[in-house]
Design a protein around this ligand. Structure first.
Ligand SMILES: Cc1ncc(COP(=O)(O)O)c(C=O)c1O
Length: 395
């Protein structure tokens, strides 16, 4: 993928992932950003302290507000997503809940479209209403225009969505939301900016669980929000100053390192994901296969427009239900049973009893999260080895 750069010449995402938002450390020349572990920063004298706290002069004050290592991660993500600014968080859920709390007040309304990660669903369905925010959960985008009211402030989408890979048309969602005076927040965790850049399609804020493809190695927890400088100022105020959901500089350092190889890993996982989805499609023990790269996936045409490849997550339904899903998962040898996605290692889980177990059963059924559903996060192992592991586990 090539994207427009500030000097007008398009730049490949691989190059941007290495160099974007980052220069050798001015103090030492270190190419890898130093891990700055201080909690507070000397401002030297009274007047400078006043100027920094009022925002008259830039400068670090306290690592809950901002930190130099975290700032490099934020600058890289802003460059990759094409936003003016970004705010790093301790986890994806910290990024999502802080962003929503920053954008919404009592009396406002949020509409989510399609399935979303179970934790996010919980924030929307049960946390926000406790603070007077009305929440509407829609299954499909074509219901959005009619559901909008003058109180709708946020339209929330996830694409591809966890766990059944639903696709939301980001341009259409943004058009409808903006016509009603709402902003669109898009969770881009599954696609990453390597495959989809939601801000370029009209959405206002992008959020991520950086724990997934951004880290890529299963060794860091983090989140990020990206958008305009004005929106990110609000998000930082709520998320950092008030809620204190700050990202540790140690994790930021791992996330920066992860970003450098993200385009290579995402491409490898996507190419294998396509092969695995094609292998599963039509297998006697498997019912529906949910993968946007399959031509019969309901979101395939939109995905082909807004994604460069179709990603590394494949979900599928075992025709034998929960019993068959359990037997399949317990027989996997190379693929590990665990709930994360986007790691170098392939991981598989049973969403109904793990990631989406807190979603009420009737809502789970309505969203297609059946008892036979298995979610596979394809790693960077060779596709042939993964297919042969899946093959033996299906027997
Ligand atoms: C799509 C999506 N968004 C957000 C999250 C939450 O991220 P975290 O676990 O980093 O809080 C997850 C976690 O699985 C996810 O899959």
């Amino acid at each position: 993928m090539r994207i427009p750069s500030k000097n007008g010449r398009p730049i490949h995402i691989r190059t941007l992932a290495v160099h974007g938002g980052q220069k050798p450390d001015p103090a030492t020349g270190a190419i890898a950003p130093p891990i700055v572990t201080t909690s507070s920063y000397s401002y030297g004298n009274f007047d400078t302290g006043v100027d920094r706290f009022t925002g008259e002069k830039p400068g670090y004050l306290y690592s809950r507000f901002a930190n130099p290592t975290v700032a490099v991660f934020e600058a890289k993500m802003a460059a990759l997503e094409g936003g003016e600014a970004a705010v790093g968080f301790a986890s994806g859920m910290a990024a999502i809940s802080s962003t929503l709390l920053a954008m919404l007040s009592a009396g406002d309304e949020i509409i989510s479209v399609g399935t979303v990660y179970g934790g996010t669903e919980g924030v929307i369905r049960s946390l926000l209403p406790r603070f007077g925010v009305r929440c509407v959960q829609l299954a499909r985008l074509d219901e959005l225009a009619a559901a909008m009211t003058p109180q709708t402030r946020v339209v929330y989408v996830e694409t591809p969505a966890n766990p059944i890979l639903g696709i939301v048309d980001l341009e259409a969602a943004s058009r409808i939301a903006h016509a009603g005076g709402a902003v669109v927040v898009a969770d881009n965790t599954f696609a990453t900016p390597c495959l989809t850049r939601p801000l370029s399609l009209g959405t206002d804020i992008v959020v991520h669980s950086a724990t997934k493809f951004i880290s890529g190695h299963g060794d860091a927890t983090g989140g990020i929000a990206v958008g305009t400088a004005e929106a990110m100022q609000k998000v930082r105020q709520a998320g950092m100053l008030q809620l204190g959901s700050c990202l540790s500089p140690h994790d930021a350092s791992l996330l920066i390192r992860g970003l450098k190889t993200m385009p290579l890993r995402v491409e490898a996982a996507s190419l294998s994901g396509q092969k695995i989805a094609e292998y599963l499609n039509g297998h006697a023990a498997v019912g529906s296969v949910f993968y946007p790269g399959l031509p019969d996936h309901p979101g395939h045409d939109i995905a082909a427009r807004q994604m460069t490849l179709f990603g590394g997550i494949v979900s599928f339904e075992m025709t034998g239900g929960r019993h068959a899903a359990r037997a399949f998962l317990d027989k996997l040898k190379l693929v590990t049973q665990a709930v994360s996605v986007g790691d170098t290692d392939s991981l598989a889980c049973h969403p109904a009893t793990t990631t989406h177990s807190a979603v009420p059963p009737e809502l789970r059924q309505k969203s297609g999260i059946t008892d036979g559903l298995v979610r596979l996060s394809v790693g960077i192992e060779h596709a042939d080895d993964l297919v042969s592991d899946i093959e033996q586990a299906l027997q």
